[in-house]
Design a protein around this ligand. Structure first.
Ligand code: NAP
Ligand code: ZN
Length: 352
């Protein structure tokens, strides 16, 4: 067992602060990783604030982890010391149920193990509660470690491990293709990657935002147009014209205006608000045979596919670097809709 430095919260009202956690000794199938950078996802904030009612404290968030392999167990075949690797939102699953067999570990029927606030299946650390990437190192079984393409800027690649796969997976699953009109709702960490991916897949990509001030950024990120969602006239002009909408809004909201933007037989996929929504009007779906769907991150195989796609197309995230001491201020700014477009912690600041 190894004691390491981490940053976490002891209850929902506490600021994050430095603490000591333990990591298990290396097992045969484990990879131990020196964490270089960790992204700050809005989910980290939901979890710390116990917005989903399942928080166990202390909580050490962080599931957009990149770093270098420090050491590998005897049976590890894929990785060696020094490799550039990543860890996303999961560190384990049963590996035997039908979801795991279908490379959809995020839907493991026996429950995937979250990178933080999860229940560890392996043991060997002081607590069976998992601790995330706001820490100096992490030990993860080989199957849940990803390869980061060497040509990508490592710090800007960190958020690919959650924001990247969460937006890539639904665009991939619903087969977004050249010529489709795709809307991405919410220009934050997830939304800015949704725009980049949809544009790279050849779609006509429209940023659907509540913030007129973000229009310039949306276009720079690859949007061909910008739709201000609280402008009724603009919403009317785009009525029934979208093939697919990816909705990243992080809070309860009224989805009916977005459903009116869908073409007949088109789908809106929800990835943001994991909570009750405003009531949906049946007519919004029935008139036009429309669908509302959801999506959770992506499986390990698809996450590697996304990373390779980013390597091939030179896609990374737009990041604002912070030191670990700035994390509480960064949380405040994300909640105030003031992030361009993902905070990433330089973990050197925790190692001094
Ligand atoms: P974020 O950086 O805070 O971005 C969210 C964006 O949504 C904001 O920038 C804002 O964009 C828009 N927005 C905020 N409040 C709104 C409101 N009341 N009405 C309409 N639009 C609003 O958050 P994020 O990190 O991208 O995460 C987004 C959500 O996805 C979070 O709830 C997170 O927990 C969840 N998440 C889900 C998964 C999954 O697997 N499904 C994975 C990761 C994260 P505009 O200013 O452009 O309107
Ligand atoms: Zn996340």
């Amino acid at each position: 067992m190894q004691q390491i430095k981490a940053y976490g919260a002891i209850n929902k009202d506490a600021d994050l602060k430095e603490m000591t956690i333990t990591r298990r000794d290396l097992n045969d199938n484990d990879v131990s990783i020196d964490i270089l950078y960790c992204g700050v996802c809005h989910s980290d904030i939901h979890a710390k604030n116990n917005d989903w009612g399942n928080a166990k404290y202390p909580i050490v968030p962080g599931h957009e982890i990149v770093g270098r392999v420090l050491e590998v167990g005897n049976k590890v075949a894929t990785y060696k010391k020094g490799d550039l690797v990543g860890v996303g939102c999961m560190v384990d699953s049963c590996q035997t149920c039908s979801a795991c067999q279908d490379d959809l570990e995020q839907f493991c029927e026996n429950g995937m193990t979250g990178t933080y606030n999860g229940k560890d299946r392996i043991g060997g650390a002081e607590s069976d509660h998992t601790f995330g990437g706001y820490s100096t190192s992490i030990t993860v079984r080989e199957e849940f470690v990803l390869t980061i393409p060497e040509n990508l800027d490592l710090k800007a690649a960190a958020p690919l491990l959650c924001a990247g796969i969460t937006t890539f997976s639904p665009l991939n699953h619903w087969k977004v293709k050249k010529g489709d009109k795709v809307g991405v709702v919410g220009l934050g960490g997830l939304g800015h990657m949704g725009i980049k991916f949809a544009a790279a897949m050849g779609a006509e990509t429209i940023m659907i935002t509540t913030s007129p001030s973000k229009a310039g950024d949306a276009k720079r990120l690859g949007a061909s147009g910008v739709l201000i969602s609280n402008n009724a006239q603009e919403m009317k002009e785009h009525h029934a014209s979208f093939d697919f909408i990816l909705n990243t809004v992080p809070v309860k909201h009224d989805i009916n205006p977005y459903l009116n933007l869908l073409k007949r037989d088109a789908t809106m996929c929800m990835v943001g608000a994991i909570e009750p929504l405003e009531p949906m009007h049946g007519g919004s779906l029935i008139l036009g045979r429309k669908r509302v769907a959801g999506s959770l991150i992506g499986g390990i195989k698809e996450t590697q596919q996304m990373l390779d796609f980013c390597g091939d197309n030179n896609i990374v995230c737009d990041v604002e670097m912070i030191s670990i001491e700035e994390i509480n201020q960064a949380y405040k700014r994300v909640q105030e809709n003031d992030v361009n477009y993902r905070f990433v912690i330089d973990m050197k600041s925790l190692k001094n």
